[in-house]
Design a protein. Structure first.
Length: 752
């Protein structure tokens, strides 16, 4: 079956662009000579008679002891690229290269390997692939939150190919490393799958975990080879170096696999994009095309599936898939996709990763997912097993999506983004140094793992009472576990639990950084398609009491914020002015909230709140505009011009840095006390910074030129969600002056 673009799609005026990528033939290569007969026979039984050339290049390099970053397309066979050397080591106990071991393999269990995935679903899918090869000595085992006590003991005592995730490694394996001596002392390979997901603050956390792992493996005599895999990333070798702190990385980015043809459409909806996504999902399913629809949230995944179910002949063949489901429910849904029992699934990016679903016929993406890497990762779920692929991006009404519809070359002609992360982020690294000191006392030699900032950070931890400095190094002396204070997926401190008032049942969690805005008293909290009204919020206790309610409105927080420049790091000429990068201190306070009609979005009323101020130190890029450039802009419009330009720039930064608008924030002022001029700040939303502001500094000309283009070309009269209206504005999008913003940006870019 070959998937053609249906006539009703190509003829629709909402299609803004049609991109076609022709099918390509692959380049094969024979199995390397070092692959043993049992492994080769098992792979061939699975249907692989020959390898793709890039698989052999990656496998040979890893077998020779070099770290490998494999970055080829979805369905290009990356799994075999990293599995071949792993299987050769585990099955054949084959050495292949000199490893730095003290007492090699003295435990009699041969080589071991760790496979790390960002999600449990992906690890379980890889387990199915490994165990499907039916190699007795290479039986894999998973270690995650779904593992029971027996499975955990087996992984600890007998596991030679352990499939887990960074969270489990961080919380269970490394703090109890004495119990994992068998694994750590024989660790030959560490596979880091879907490496592009480890970006920003989360990537910095995972980087620290991998460096702690290397340190403990070396302590027990092992020096593992790291292999990273990602379908969509630029600079894969540099990414692996930053993640694991390893050198001598071989980057394999030339994809030699066969690929089906792809037709990809840019679609600009006339109404609600999620409603149109549901309608499109139902119609494609009705035509016999197995289809995935990627949505923007867990709630939307449920709602899109429900709307589509109402339009198909057999509603049981359409389902939703998102995070938060029980393990058995996830496995059932994945099996339904693999067997094609499920014809349509509305999902979140939980299904974006490499779960093998044998190739669907079409993929709908509702709203640009923030990066080209994520977009092509989602599109890559279609067209496997010889079927041509159909992909559709449904634009949302925001500046970035609208801009991409008008400039399709930015989607189809650009390489994917480089993954941005800063392993030396002190707000992330310092707690991990405390955890590392509890695992083994820190010494100056550990600079090789954690970098040159280690001594200063360790001394700071000692002054704060977390560590004790002695002549031989830094020691953890407290009775609690250091890792319990570190949440890999949040940098905002302890999460706030949302608790049902009547029963005491925990219904959800909110990270501390956003709790003031989402679970303040009176807030409407959405969870799994249900609405809850927050009755009380205790920030110190980390709890919000809520009751089920359907009040007919949703809430939008209002707030005040200020920014202070702590330190300028870099500065350069920019158009008619200058652009700067530095450390800033943000002070913010939620001061109230609006109640908006559930159907129309119209404001009902506003309510004040009395919450304390929050302080965040992070990195920001900023543009200063001297008064000489402000001629012709009415004084009454200056604040609205700066505010509108800030909103539009925030909406477009994800086109240039691997983030989404919720990772960043901004502030503008007509006369900032630290700069003495009108200043527009765009800052990282995480303590210490995440690299997004720095990327904006580096690409300021292209970024702000795109901002000016969006301000000038948006067809609205005075501002809309496609240009300057922000869904996260703490000031209720007041004031905004779109035309004045275009003139302002034109002036500082050097225009008239």
């Amino acid at each position: 079956m070959r998937v053609a673009v249906p006539d009703w799609l190509t003829a629709d005026p909402r299609v803004r662009h049609h991109y076609h990528r022709p099918a390509v033939a692959g380049v094969t290569a024979p199995f390397p000579g070092w692959v043993g007969g049992d492994v080769r026979a098992a792979v061939q039984r699975s249907g692989v008679a020959e390898l793709w050339q890039h698989q052999v290049v990656a496998a040979d390099a890893a077998h020779a002891g070099r770290h490998v970053a494999l970055a080829t397309g979805t369905a290009s066979g990356k799994t075999l690229g990293y599995l071949l050397p792993v299987l050769a080591a585990v099955v054949d106990d084959e050495v292949g290269f000199e490893v730095a071991r003290r007492g090699p393999l003295e435990l009699g269990r041969g080589h071991s390997a760790l496979y790390l995935a960002p999600t449990k679903a992906l690890a379980h899918d890889q387990l199915r692939v490994v165990n499907g090869l039916e190699l007795t000595r290479a039986r894999g085992c998973t270690l995650d939150g779904d593992s029971d006590a027996v499975e955990r003991r087996y992984a600890r005592d007998f596991g030679r190919l352990v499939l887990t995730n960074p969270d489990m490694l961080h919380r269970s394996v490394l703090p109890r490393h004495q119990n994992w001596t068998r694994l750590l002392s024989t660790l030959r390979y560490v596979v880091v799958d879907e490496a592009h997901r480890y970006r920003g603050v989360f990537g910095a956390h995972v980087s620290a975990v991998l460096r702690r792992l290397r340190r403990l493996a070396n302590h027990y005599g092992a020096d593992p080879v790291f292999l990273s895999a990602s379908a969509t990333v630029s600079g894969a070798g540099d990414l692996l170096t930053r993640l694991a702190g390893v050198e001598d990385v071989v980057e394999v980015a030339s994809d030699t696999s066969a690929r089906p043809a792809l037709d990809y459409l840019l679609w600009q909806p006339e109404g609600d994009p999620h409603h149109e996504a549901a309608d499109m999902l139902a119609r494609l399913v009705g035509e016999g095309r197995q289809t995935l629809a990627f949505t923007t949230s867990r709630v939307q995944a449920e709602l899109v599936a429900l709307r589509a179910q109402r339009q198909v002949a057999d509603p049981s063949r359409v389902a939703s898939y998102r995070g938060g489901y029980l393990a058995e429910d996830r496995r059932l849904l994945e099996a339904g996709l693999q067997s094609r029992r499920l014809a349509g699934v509305a999902c979140t990016n939980a299904l974006e990763l490499g779960v093998d679903i044998s190739g669907v016929d079409a993929v709908i993406t509702c709203g640009f997912p923030g990066t080209l890497a994520a977009l092509w990762q989602q599109a890559g779920r279609a067209g496997r097993a010889g079927r041509d692929a159909l992909g559709i991006l449904l634009a949302r009404p925001d500046p970035l999506d609208a801009f991409l519809c008008e400039h399709p070359d930015l989607v189809f002609d650009r390489p994917v983004e480089r993954t941005v992360l800063h392993p030396a982020n002190p707000h992330v690294l310092a707690p991990h140094l405390a955890a590392a000191a509890q695992e083994l006392p820190l010494t100056l030699e550990d600079v090789r793992y954690f970098g040159d900032t280690l001594p200063a950070l360790a001394d700071g931890l000692a002054r704060a009472g977390h560590l004790r400095r002695r002549a031989s190094g830094w020691f953890w002396t407290r009775p609690d576990r250091a890792v319990d204070a570190i949440d890999l997926r949040s940098a905002g401190g302890r999460s706030v639990e949302v608790v049902e008032d009547a029963t005491g049942r925990v219904i959800g969690q909110v990270d501390a950084a956003s709790a003031d805005r989402t679970v303040h008293e009176g807030a409407v909290y959405l969870h799994q398609g249900e609405q809850w009204r927050v009755l009380t919020y205790d920030r110190e206790a980390g709890a919000a009491l809520a009751a089920p309610d359907r009040p007919g409105y949703f809430t939008q927080p209002l707030g005040e914020s200020d920014v202070r420049v702590v330190e300028g790091l870099r500065e350069r000429p920019f158009g008619a002015t200058r652009v700067c990068l530095g450390t800033v201190e943000l002070t913010s306070q939620v001061t109230g909230f609006l109640r908006r009609d559930e159907a129309s979005g119209k404001v009902w009323d506003s309510h004040p709140l009395d919450l304390p101020r929050r302080v965040l130190r992070t990195q920001s890029v900023w543009v200063t505009v001297p008064a000489v450039l402000l001629g012709g802009i009415a004084q009454r419009d200056l604040a609205g011009a700066a505010h509108a330009a800030e909103h539009c720039a925030i909406g477009l930064l994800p086109m240039f840095a691997p983030c989404d608008r919720w990772d960043i924030g901004g502030l503008s002022t007509t006369l900032h006390p630290d700069t003495g001029e009108l200043t527009i700040f765009v800052h990282d939303g995480h303590p210490g910074g995440a690299g997004f502001a720095e990327r904006g500094f580096e690409l300021a000309e292209a970024w702000w030129s795109a901002t000016l283009d969006r301000l000038r070309t948006c067809s609205c009269a005075a501002g809309c969600p496609s240009c300057v209206v922000s869904p996260k504005c703490g000031n209720g999008n007041q004031p905004l002056a779109k035309d004045a913003a275009a003139l302002l940006v034109s002036r500082f870019l050097g225009g008239d």
